[in-house]
Design a protein around this ligand. Sequence first.
Ligand SMILES: C[S@@+](CC[C@H](N)C(=O)[O-])C[C@H]1O[C@@H](n2cnc3c(N)ncnc32)[C@H](O)[C@@H]1O
Length: 213
Amino acid sequence: MELIPAAVEAFSEKYTTQESALMHQLNRETHLKVELPHMLSGQVQGQFLSMVSHMIRPTRILELGTYTGYSAICLAAGLTAGGLLHTVDINEELETLCQQYFEASGNAHRIKMHIGKAADIIIQLDEVFDLVFIDADKAGYEHYYDLVWDKLRPGGFILADNVLYHGQVLAPEAEQGRQAKAMIRFCEKVLADDRAEQVLLTIRDGLLMIRKK
Ligand SMILES: C[S@@+](CC[C@H](N)C(=O)[O-])C[C@H]1O[C@@H](n2cnc3c(N)ncnc32)[C@H](O)[C@@H]1O
């Protein structure tokens, strides 16, 4: 399902800061060489993540789901001096490409990539996060929310991607796939959580922005 009309998307892309040459190259290389390139955040969402990071000025960021590193580079842009972004992906084949682009971004020293299952890595991290970006397997979102909650500082933010799941969340239940159902369960869980306030942004595939009260 087309969530955002193509003309609106094009208008949004036109009036959003353009990708740097490096991010354009990463976008192109991902499309040419890596499976499922639609997973990459892209220009508008990438710029939004960078803006959020610049607004918060985080010292610690956690990202679940690195893929080819596009969103990690955008998020790392707003880190304070001495800040660090931990990013986790289960797919070790992505690591070399990610590291190459982290180096080229000039922020490799602020990005630590972990290879493994998100749930296993989260519990190993002894950190207090200002910002968490959840963008790994959709079935895991509820669990990741529970695992990161106590590691998120009061006033900290969680951004969860793909909560509209290509519009499938709007389809009759019988036509929803497993992932769309997981996104609805996740949104319901956050909605019922008095410790949080949230806004669902209809950017790209839907971003749920959550603040820990
Ligand atoms: C949607 S992509 C991430 C896109 C990236 N954040 C961006 O915006 O460019 C999801 C990634 O999650 C990873 N993934 C899937 N299941 C995972 C798990 N259990 N733990 C960690 N990473 C996982 C996949 O290998 C994939 O690279």
